[in-house]
Design a protein around this ligand. Structure first.
Ligand SMILES: [Fe+2]
Ligand SMILES: [Fe+2]
Length: 500
């Protein structure tokens, strides 16, 4: 277990004191990593201690301190339970797009406090936070303060169980490294991926489930990170020595890894597909291959081009996303239709690689078998102030319709002199892959209960999505069940040599 924290000043001899259930005590030193925000010049100090040699399914108490800890008499303390042994049932939860409870910040909302409490209510082994953590890049003069409010909110849960993140477009910040990810990468110590991009993407396995966390900014076509809409330039603090950032500037990460991520993904999936101890492959990423949100970003063909063929080939079961602040579930999809899209302006036919559903009604026994297709979830309802739970409908046919981004939408000069706007999605398609959309509210949390089953038998995942009705008008701490679906399939050890 990694214990990570941030501090407004340098800590001397930063350390974690831990105690296991049998009473044994240990002190573990922490590594310091720091970065200086490229816009306001503030230095952020982060600390990371690795607690190893832990027993499965056991309670660990710990406290965090340093020689110059003002609270040395009563340091920050918490506890966590380690993962159960292999072949045990476990629960995880997920959403993206959390923001902070401090409404002084762009896109923050009190709902983000309730969202963190919801994770604690469901008490998962870990939580997947699907990108757009705190939207610091929308508050360019105060990025470290936004991160601090995010951390203070999240720690009410993240001090008790791992929160596993992936990068979203709002983690990409001007002045903070070549990728704009210095803040994110300094704050999180994540599993190594063995490439020149440590922390950007990773995988980990729990029981028979392989989790693959991806950085979709590498493959999407839409504009991704921060951009200066103008008409004034963005002015970094003098102490940074950084030049003014002119209107229209944008951080666009498409292709940033030069293919390294996709090669790593293929190797990781191929290994999992051949492994006798991997029953499920679950992908986490921020942006969406399929979303029919009307006012959100919609679908990005970059993901369809780069990764959906790999998900098909190696039998990925679930893809969990965020980005559009809504809930949508796809049918299991495999392969695509090449002639189903329309140019949004001209109406001409375009290839959107429309994903093809393998069924369009619930299975007769109510249980989905994802060996035949991958189910995608949009879980963008963490806690921002901007839910987008209205969905596209084709005015002519009345059927669900989605926007698709098939090429870069670089900022263009707007009607306001000196200012810039991002063009909208360039294509449309019928959302034949859309199975369920939550029109009540954009806020919710998905809960996944993994039952490994018995050797030679079946394994299942029960997925329940809980939403917060009315939270788009009044923050609501009460999350209610919206829907439950069940996935089941034969365990890998009962079908040797075959996957998907
Ligand atoms: Fe978002
Ligand atoms: Fe996003």
């Amino acid at each position: 277990m990694h214990v990570s924290w941030a501090s407004p000043a340098a800590a001397h001899n930063a350390r974690v004191r831990m105690r296991t259930a049998d009473g044994a005590e240990r002190v573990v030193g922490a590594e310091e990593r720091r970065y200086t925000d490229g816009l306001n010049g503030r230095t952020v100090f982060t600390y990371h201690a690795t607690l190893d040699g832990l027993e499965p399914d056991s309670l660990v108490y710990y406290s965090v301190t340093a020689d110059n800890d003002r609270r040395a008499g009563k340091p920050f303390a918490s506890s966590f339970r380690t993962a159960p042994g292999a072949n045990a049932a476990f629960r995880f939860t997920s959403y993206g797009d959390l923001a902070t409870p401090n409404t002084a910040w762009a896109l923050s909302s009190p709902q983000s406090r309730h969202a963190v409490a919801a994770v604690e209510r469901f008490a998962p082994l870990f939580h997947l936070l699907n990108g757009d953590l705190c939207y610091a890049n929308l508050n360019p003069q105060a990025q470290p303060s936004v991160w601090a409010d995010f951390g203070n909110n999240v720690q009410t849960s993240a001090a008790c169980r791992p929160w596993m993140p992936c990068t979203g477009n709002h983690e990409i910040e001007f002045g903070n490294g070549a990728l704009g990810l210095d803040s994110y990468l300094t704050r999180y110590r994540l599993p190594d991926n063995g490439t020149a991009f440590p922390g950007c993407w990773y995988s980990f396995q729990v029981g028979g489930v392989l989790f693959v966390s991806l950085s979709a900014d590498d493959v999407i076509y839409q504009e991704s990170g921060a951009f200066v809409s103008g008409p004034e330039p963005l002015l970094p603090a003098a102490s940074t020595g950084n030049a003014p950032i002119p209107p229209g500037s944008s951080l666009y990460l498409h292709g940033y890894s030069g293919g390294a991520q996709t090669r790593w993904l293929e190797q990781t999936l191929a290994r999992a597909a051949a492994a006798s101890d991997v029953d499920w492959i679950i992908v986490q990423m921020h942006q969406d291959a399929m979303s029919s949100s009307q006012h959100g970003n919609g679908c990005d063909k970059g993901i369809r081009d780069a990764w959906l063929p790999l998900f098909d080939r190696y039998g990925v079961d679930l893809v969990l996303c965020g980005h559009d602040h809504a809930y949508e579930r796809s049918w299991p999809v495999r392969g695509c239709n090449h002639d189903a899209g329309r140019d949004a302006a001209s109406g001409a036919r375009v290839d959107t690689r429309q994903p093809r559903p393998v069924l369009t009604a619930p299975p007769s026994d109510g249980v989905f078998d994802t060996t035949h297709g991958t189910i995608h979830f949009i879980l963008g309802g963490g806690g921002t102030s901007s839910p987008v739970h209205q969905y596209g409908v084709d005015a002519k046919t009345g059927r669900p319709q989605a926007k698709v981004i098939t090429r870069r939408n670089a900022p263009l000069p707007s009607l306001n002199p000196g200012a810039f706007v991002k063009p909208g999605p360039d294509a449309l398609e019928e959302a034949i892959w859309s199975a369920r959309r939550d029109t009540d509210t954009g806020y919710g949390i998905a809960v996944f209960d993994v039952d490994p089953g018995l050797p030679g038998g079946k394994t299942s995942i029960t997925i329940s999505y809980h939403h917060a009705p009315g939270a788009d008008r009044t923050p609501n701490p009460h999350y209610e069940l919206f829907e439950t679906i069940v996935l089941a399939k034969p365990r890998r050890d009962s079908r040797p040599g075959e996957r998907g």
